[in-house]
Ligand binder design. Sequence first.
Ligand SMILES: CC(C)(COP(=O)(O)OP(=O)(O)OC[C@H]1O[C@@H](n2cnc3c(N)ncnc32)[C@H](O)[C@@H]1OP(=O)(O)O)[C@@H](O)C(=O)NCCC(=O)NCCS
Length: 141
Amino acid sequence: MHALDVVCFDPPFRFSRSAMRRFAEAKRARVVLAEEEQILAGFVILHREESAQGPVGYVVTLDVAPEFRRRGVATQLMREAERLAHKEGCLALALHVFTENHAAARFYAQDGFLRAHREEGFYGASRDAWVFYKPLRDSGD
Ligand SMILES: CC(C)(COP(=O)(O)OP(=O)(O)OC[C@H]1O[C@@H](n2cnc3c(N)ncnc32)[C@H](O)[C@@H]1OP(=O)(O)O)[C@@H](O)C(=O)NCCC(=O)NCCS
């Protein structure tokens, strides 16, 4: 997973190996992997977090290997992340995207996410993030 993150993100957006391990192995973490013939095509790390509105599934990272892109891998990973979050009582998914990461912003927008506010300096000085969120169906559905 760390090797794929290095391919997907330039510094300072990529995680260190130890940070990746910490995020993926946290008690509140759920990790979904996409594999094809034992090759890691992509993964998503989801954390269950408490917010003022209730529990939220926070997407820590979503990575798809370049050679597997535009084949619906991220879409499938997010469907499974949504299913897990909903099952664990989360009311919404939320995430940060670097404001210059237009590909990811387009992906999330077409996946039903709504763009909320801009968080200045989220990724360091002069590197802002958009907060995206997606309400999930009521648990009673
Ligand atoms: C963003 C990312 C996760 C998308 O993964 P993917 O598996 O290629 O996405 P999908 O194939 O499921 O794409 C579904 C739709 O999203 C949109 N989309 C995906 N990538 C896009 C791009 N580069 N430009 C514009 N739209 C894009 C398209 O509408 C696409 O449908 P289409 O291929 O029929 O046109 C992948 O490009 C990636 O890993 N990027 C580097 C890491 C990153 O930025 N992660 C997200 C930030 S947290």
